[in-house]
Design a protein. Sequence first.
Length: 178
Amino acid sequence: EGIGYIAYSDGTISAEYNSAKTAVGVVIEATGGVATKIVSLTETTAEWSIEEVDTNATSETDGMANLRAIQSIDGWEEKYPAFKWCDDYTDASDNSEWYLPAKDELDQLYSVKDVINTAIEKITAGDGTATSFDTGNYWSSSQYYDGNFEAWTQSFSAGDQNGDLKDIARSVRAVRAF
């Protein structure tokens, strides 16, 4: 019961896809054999921000803390499209605690992307709906050193992390505790 297992709306997880159940994510983190974090089955493309300000979204380990920092900004729903998409993401079991992963969470996600894509292939082969990770750049929720203009991204082809201008549309994937 670990990384790459498919999580279902009834709270169960399985190494194989079960079309009689509703898949809601793929396990990306497990502690002691117990699933603790999942990634969304779909993604979008969005800007990190449409304004150039320091947001206090500085945690490199806790994406939920960064989401809370963003949510404290007036008008954040319009100004921070990547965060808004993750916050709005609701899976088939009505769990709404999804967020944009922090820099280190995104790096962990990259390290298991092949296992995740294999699970996604099982879902789509079984007539389920899911989107594989592409090879582009994904946003993290963590600001870069120059917090006014840049945030951390991760290349899902080369694996490197870099600062990127916040107003560029990049791939966005949501994660949540399980």
